[in-house]
Design a protein around this ligand. Structure first.
Ligand SMILES: O=c1[nH]cnc2c1ncn2[C@H]1C[C@H](O)[C@@H](CO)O1
Ligand SMILES: [Zn+2]
Length: 358
């Protein structure tokens, strides 16, 4: 008899998370704590539960730009080495407790130098936090491996510098590069220099594309910039007819097995999808695109990997085989080496789901 599928059983299933922002997943208690420590007095709420609700409500505007405004408060409390390491350690522990066995967590180092840290100091603090979190989780019997992704902000002009930073740390925990921030008006080709550099270095990158802007953004990310994966990519459905016929770009994305880092709750909040039930993930999964399930910003969406999967199971009737399929898609699409991916698939993911399906 298969284990009934609900939030508590999904929590025990091994999960893989490719798209999670460090500054979008801070514990509300930690925001309050660090704000008090550093004397940041602009928090919109005085206590953790009210603050948690404020983040969820404010992010629920239907606009990516307004959604992004909420990050000012988390970024403000992530300006010291101690603060950054704490947030990173807690992120690793929280994901491990949620049953995530492999996570790629991203953040933009350039946003964390306001109190005088250098980019290297920012990265060192975050990577140290991830290692501490992995260890603390392991001591509690929860195994997680965390890879870091260095993000550059698309409205700024530091992408080449951040790309070089990412490559300099490739053997110390940074596994990839990304660009994020407002999409409309900031096409990925603004950062071509960074992407060409990364390709020459045989490095990996993903691009937020097809979230608040449509097909041209996805096309540029793939065909001009050469992205390995698409952050969100929901708007690829604009190239699929109601009858399920694929246009040339959608066909290319599916044929090349380009991973889509889909973040259902976040997409509903920013207006990229009407509701979970109407989220393009249902169609894209049916058409066998390389779909993965992600959290994006656990704080702003009040969510977790378990919750995202439970919402999808509810909306689309997914079973363990579907959840395993999403998880293996994600593991295959991760930025770590093939041998490590295979080890997690065969040693952790398949046995985990086999036990739940039996
Ligand atoms: O969903 C998103 N789209 C574009 N940018 C985003 C999204 N979620 C977070 N960001 C931005 C805000 C953060 O400060 C930055 C780095 O994590 O990335
Ligand atoms: Zn994102």
């Amino acid at each position: 008899m298969p284990t009934p599928l609900d939030e508590s059983s999904i929590r025990t299933a091994p999960k893989v998370l490719l798209h999670d922002h460090l500054d979008g997943g801070v514990r509300p208690e930690t925001v309050v704590d660090i704000a008090r420590e550093i004397g940041y007095d602009e928090l919109p709420a005085p206590d953790a539960p009210t603050l948690a609700k404020w983040f969820r409500d404010s992010a629920d505007s239907g606009s990516l730009e307004r959604y992004l405004e909420t990050f000012a408060h988390t970024v403000a409390v992530m300006q010291t080495a101690d603060g950054l390491a704490r947030v990173a350690r807690e992120a690793a522990e929280d994901l491990a407790d949620d049953g995530v066995v492999y996570a790629e967590i991203r953040w933009a180092p350039e946003q964390h130098t306001e109190a005088g840290l250098s980019l290297d100091e920012v990265v060192d603090a975050v990577l140290a936090g991830f290692r501490e979190g992995e260890q603390a989780a392991a001591e509690r019997g929860k195994r997680i491996r965390v890879g870091a992704i260095a993000t550059a902000m698309r409205h700024a002009a530091r992408s080449r510098e951040i790309a070089e930073l990412a490559v300099a740390y490739r053997d110390k925990g940074i596994v990839g590069f990304d660009i994020a921030g407002a999409e409309a008006g900031f096409p990925p080709t603004r950062h071509l220099d960074a992407f060409e550099y990364l390709r020459r270095e045989n490095f990996h990158f993903t691009i937020h594309a097809g979230e608040a802007f449509g097909l041209p953004s996805i096309w540029e990310a793939i065909q001009w910039c050469g992205t390995d994966r698409l952050g969100h990519g929901v708007r690829i459905v604009d190239d699929i007819t109601a009858g399920g016929a694929l246009g040339r770009l959608a066909q290319y994305v599916r044929d090349k097995r380009i991973p889509l880092e889909m973040c259902p709750s976040s997409n509903v909040q920013t207006g990229a999808a009407e509701s979970i039930a109407e989220h393009p993930i249902g169609l894209l999964r049916k058409l066998q695109f390389r779909v993965t399930v992600n959290t994006d910003n656990r704080l702003m969406s009040g969510t977790s990997m378990t919750r995202e999967m439970a919402l999808l199971a509810d909306a689309f009737g997914y079973d363990w085989a579907d959840l395993q399929w999403f998880t293996i898609n994600a593991m295959k699409s991760s930025f770590i080496g093939f041998d490590e991916r295979l080890q997690l698939i065969n040693g952790v993911i398949k046995p985990g789901y086999a036990a739940l399906r039996a």
